[in-house]
Design a protein. Structure first.
Length: 256
């Protein structure tokens, strides 16, 4: 296990658990925490296939640390926003499956961060919110592309205009989360699901993470052609042969 002050990193086999650690700050995203997440996602430990992302003290992430934001120039804010986009793209498309265990504040940049993950588990205490309009600012960490796609542009606009809050059950119905669980249950389910994902064939996981979001951005005909390429590539691997054999032999597959 390795640990830093602001991002705790625990690796067990093929699963890494990242815990955002800003006590008393509801894990608000400061430059140091952003840099720590970048350091992990752009250079993950060898052998890690799945990440569990969570927070401490009953909160996932309350968004941008406004104490830092208020002192930035327009140019600095532009570069800062683009650094968020770089990290969100790496989480979403870098190839590591990420399961987020959500509770408490999943607000502003915290929601942008959660939306970049692939499996989202929300405890009953979860609050989803985009309050930027009430602060006189605008989202800058990718929400228009990520949260907007989950909710739709119309609902995201209403959410930002009114500062509306959603809980875990509404989050599931709207697509902000995939699972709604009791308080204290998110991490256990995240570990269970991460284990399942880690046992998949690695190329299949990689193609699901890489291909599906891109296909969603394509025309239907281009997307279907890309799907055929991904299918052809995955179905000619030793893991595909093992998966078929295991099915016919009625046993669990043993992938690479």
């Amino acid at each position: 296990m390795t640990m830093s002050d602001i991002l705790k990193i625990e690796v067990e086999g093929q699963i890494a658990t990242l815990t955002m650690n800003r006590p008393g700050k509801r894990n608000a995203m400061c430059e140091e925490l952003l840099g720590a997440l970048e350091g992990f996602y752009f250079n993950p430990p060898e052998g890690v296939r799945v990440v569990i992302l969570t927070g401490i003290e009953g909160h996932f992430c309350s968004g941008l640390d406004l104490a830092e934001h208020v002192h930035r120039s327009a140019e600095e804010n532009l570069y800062h926003s683009r650094s968020w986009h770089k990290l969100m793209d790496q989480i979403r498309l870098g190839g590591l499956a990420t399961v987020s265990a959500l509770f408490g504040a999943v607000i502003g940049g915290g929601l942008e961060l959660a939306a970049a993950t692939h499996v989202r588990i929300a405890e009953a205490s979860t609050i989803f919110q985009l309050p930027e309009g009430r602060r006189g600012i605008f989202v800058g960490g990718g929400a228009t592309a990520s949260v907007g796609r989950l909710l739709g542009a119309d609902r995201m606009t209403e959410m930002m205009l009114t500062g509306r809050k959603y809980g875990a059950d509404d989050g599931v119905s709207l697509g902000l989360a995939h699972y709604s669980v009791a308080n204290g249950a998110a991490l256990a389910l995240a570990q269970e699901l991460a284990g399942k994902i880690a046992r998949n064939a690695p190329l299949s996981n990689y193609l699901m993470i890489q291909a599906i979001p891109r296909i969603n951005d394509m025309s239907q005909s281009d997307g279907l052609f890309t799907e055929s390429l991904a299918a052809a590539l995955s179905q000619t691997t030793p893991d595909a042969e093992e998966g078929l054999r295991a099915f016919l032999e009625k046993r669990a597959p043993k992938f690479r």
